[in-house]
Design a protein around this ligand. Structure first.
Ligand code: NBP
Length: 476
């Protein structure tokens, strides 16, 4: 008997993916650097399906039917390269190595190019949903050569999350497209979490609501257009009481947000592409600020003053914050999708943005009803310049904007940081501005560096001879 698929790297993620394949009736070959994990999996979960455990890489490869499909689920980075170096010489033309870890897309591009030269298919697949997702149905974002999807896709679609019977898995595009999209997914997740945190902070500090009350507000919001996994778990977290102290859980947790790096990668890639993902960037920086222990201690010691008088919020705070949250979320998603489109163009990946929204509807952390509207927007117009001009989002933002502005004003007046809400609003206003002060920046650049500028009334590049006396002369 041969296995349809093999998994190497059997820590929590790999183990659960292997069990998921087995539960769907596939025979799964198993391998791990240290045999202990392989043995443990078979002892504990062997009854769930058919597993072919292997002690060595050679046995593992020999137990797979061709073309061989080897899922790598090890620690991202050098471990992935070590595993590739171990397996590549044992594989034959047309076999596939699928990296399901959280690799940087640039590493994936490098690995694919190297393996292609050896006649092997390398598929960088983004897998979202954590350990629960891996076992019960993740959202899967495979990249790599299109041909490989024919032999691999059906197996991945089997184990993926489903919405109305449709799998949350699609061939994203060639090369590093899958890991790129997974990265942006995580960046959007950072922005979403930051915006939710700002909403909580304002409800607490402006509205005076307790964490338990705010949990109820979020629960209510979860029934509406904000309905999503992140809003749902926020209500759960806020409701939680610390057993040791009897205080709200959120009040006993140190307020320094950590990060593993995918948000930062998203912003770094956006800088290179020149895409303004300000919502994601603010969320990465807000985490960094929260963790800036020395600066925060110095500020506390110096007693950096807040506003002399905090004005009251004019309006229904809870309703206004819901509007601000929804509008800012739309901006963050619009920016993330723009980044995907920019990379797709830059690398020739031909990514269908609507399909990304579709496979994020279940299995992953940002799963939400909202994604249906994004899918519909791109289905209607695949080359949509920005989500903000799609009718649904345009209506939502124009309906929200007065409340959104009131919330940003209140935050500024009361000295409560809301970088996500404020920068999303600034982005929105920048996008809709008829004239931007960028014209002045062009003038400054031309003045000090002779960088030239373009004119609104005729084509060409112009330079003004600034130093000349009297009337500035113009070079065409
Ligand atoms: P870890 O990231 O903790 O990695 C442990 C696995 O890597 C073990 O199987 C270990 O083998 C193996 N490994 C290491 Br470490 N160095 C190795 C080497 N040089 N050669 C061969 N194998 C090596 O496992 P995880 O938490 O299950 O995560 C796996 C991947 O999934 C990572 O890329 C991670 O970023 C990603 N991940 C994704 C999500 C998600 O939501 N998508 C969640 C968590 C993790 P050993 O047993 O012999 O030490």
């Amino acid at each position: 008997q041969k296995a349809q698929i093999g998994v190497t790297g059997l820590a929590v993620m790999g183990r659960n993916l292997a069990r998921n394949f087995a539960r769907h009736g596939h025979t799964v070959a198993l391998h791990n650097r240290s045999y202990g994990r392989t043995k443990e999996l078979v002892e504990e979960f062997g009854h769930e399906g058919t597993f072919l455990p292997a002690e060595t890489a050679e046995q593992f490869v020999a137990s797979l039917e061709r073309p061989r499909r080897v899922v790598i689920m090890v620690k991202a980075g050098p471990a992935t390269d070590a595993v590739i170096d171990e397996f590549a010489p044992l594989l034959e033309e047309g076999d596939m190595l699928i990296d399901a870890g959280n690799a940087h897309y640039a590493d994936t591009r490098r690995r694919e190019a190297a393996l292609k030269a050896k006649g092997l298919h390398f598929v960088g697949a983004g897998v979202s949903g954590g350990e629960e997702g891996a076992l019960h149905g993740p959202s899967i974002m495979p990249g790599g050569p299109k041909e490989s999807y024919e032999a691999l896709g059906p197996l991945l679609e089997d184990i993926a999350a489903k919405v109305d019977g449709e799998p949350c898995c699609v061939h994203v595009g060639p090369d590093g497209a899958g890991h790129f999209v997974k990265m942006v997914h995580n960046g959007i997740e950072y922005a979403d979490m930051q915006l939710i945190a700002e909403a909580y902070d304002l409800l607490r500090r402006v509205g005076g609501h307790s964490p338990a009350e705010i949990a109820e507000i979020f629960k209510g919001w979860n029934e509406g257009r904000l309905g999503s996994y992140l809003i749902e778990i926020t209500a759960e977290v806020l409701k939680q009481v610390d057993a040791a102290t009897g205080k709200a859980f959120v009040d006993v947790v140190a307020d320094a947000a950590e990060q593993k790096g995918t948000g930062r990668w998203t912003v770094q890639a956006a800088l290179d592409l020149g895409v303004p993902v300000s919502g994601i960037a603010e969320s990465v920086f807000a985490r960094a600020l929260s963790g800036g222990k020395d600066e925060r201690a110095a500020a506390a010691e110096a007693g950096l003053p807040g506003p002399s008088a905090g004005a009251e919020h004019s309006g229904d705070l809870v309703a206004d914050v819901e509007q601000a949250l929804f509008a800012s979320k739309i901006v963050a998603y619009a920016q993330g999708f723009q980044q995907i489109q920019a990379a797709s163009k830059e690398y020739g990946w031909d990514i269908d943005p609507g399909a990304m929204a579709k496979i994020w509807r279940a299995g992953c952390i940002i799963r939400a009803k909202f994604l249906d509207f994004i899918k519909q927007a791109y289905d209607k117009k695949p080359d949509l310049a920005t989500l903000l001009v799609d009718q649904y989002f345009l209506d939502a933002v124009s309906g929200a904007q007065d409340a959104w502005r009131r919330v940003v004003v209140t935050a500024a007046q009361q000295g409560i940081p809301a970088p996500g809400f404020a920068s999303a609003l600034a982005y929105y206003d920048g996008l809709r501005a008829e004239r931007l002060p960028a014209a002045l920046i062009q003038g400054q650049r031309d003045f000090f560096g002779a960088h030239t500028y373009q004119r609104v009334d005729k084509p060409g590049s112009f330079h003004t001879l600034w130093a000349a006396e009297g009337r500035p002369e113009v070079d065409a």
